[in-house]
Design a protein around this ligand. Structure first.
Ligand code: SAH
Length: 257
């Protein structure tokens, strides 16, 4: 019964942050996917201003920064991620180009029309896809781009078990055409959309977690909360293996009209 499984909302935020801080990425993605999405963005130059919202520790930001001209500001709610983000930018020699700041995606520290590109991988669900697209639009100049990856249904209908899991985790999940329509209604020209390959989940997201889970459990022996959280992660991975034909992430790219 799915109701016996705890939701991620039930766990201690500090524990969750500590766990994900030990990983290079906090969500499904890959350098190839980041670069593929970037290929759709036109008109960037040395003066461009780019925001990476919900940047985590910056795995995708570093990839972005190596190819995109201009300056990038990463925003994340959690200081522990931003500290690692800034350390990672420095390690990559990109500290002049990339800066991380603590902030919330529902109250961004930007001026109207100052941004050329609003980027966000696996994070806009925290505010909701539709709401995020509508609210972030004001920070973009006309002709600026939004590029976000987001949990999406790949089929018209799904088995009840996985429907129920997502209804609890993120009721905003929807089909790709429905999300493209939301992007258009929010005032963007739909530029491109593609689904992320399975390897973004299996090889890049879940595989590195096996070692992170062992380390995390060794650090918190006998802690029922930590144990429960790891069980939950493992359960989520099993669900992905079982139902991956029905859901995954897609990248959505739009241009402000
Ligand atoms: N973009 C990264 C991280 C994705 S995980 C990657 O693809 O690897 C989602 C991120 O959103 C986390 O780092 C989390 O701390 C951040 N987040 C959650 N709520 C937020 C909010 N209200 N404002 C800004 N960031 C938030």
């Amino acid at each position: 019964m799915m109701s016996d499984i705890q939701s991620i909302h039930d766990f201690d935020l500090e524990l969750i942050c500590e766990y994900f801080a030990g990983l290079d990425r906090q969500g499904p993605g890959s350098p190839e996917v980041t670069n593929r999405a970037l290929d759709f963005i036109e008109g960037l130059n040395e003066n461009s201003r780019i925001a990476d919202i919900g940047c985590g520790t910056g795995g995708q930001t570093i990839v972005l920064a190596r190819r995109a001209p201009g300056k990038i500001i990463g925003i994340d709610l959690f200081p522990i991620f931003i500290d690692l983000f800034n350390a990672n930018a420095k390690k990559a020699g990109l500290q002049e180009k990339v800066v991380g700041r603590v902030g919330s995606m529902d109250n961004l520290p930007f001026e109207e029309g100052e941004m050329d590109l609003m980027w966000s991988e696996g994070a806009i669900y925290n505010i909701g896809f539709e709401k995020g697209l509508n609210e972030w639009r004001r920070y973009l100049r006309q002709g600026g781009y939004v590029a976000v990856s987001e949990a999406s249904w790949f089929t018209e209908s799904r088995p009840a078990e996985i429907e129920e899991v997502w209804r609890d985790a993120y009721p905003g999940i929807d089909t790709i055409p429905a999300k493209m329509a939301q992007l258009q209604s929010a005032g963007y020209m739909p530029v491109a959309c593609f689904s992320l390959p399975e390897t973004c989940w299996t090889d890049n997201f879940y595989a590195p977690q096996a070692e992170a889970q062992r380390a995390f459990l060794a650090k918190h022996p006998g802690d029922a909360g930590a144990r429960g959280f790891i069980e939950n992660q493992r359960h989520e991975q099993r669900l992905y293996e079982k139902y991956k034909e029905f859901y995954g992430y897609a990248f959505y790219i739009g241009k402000k009209l």
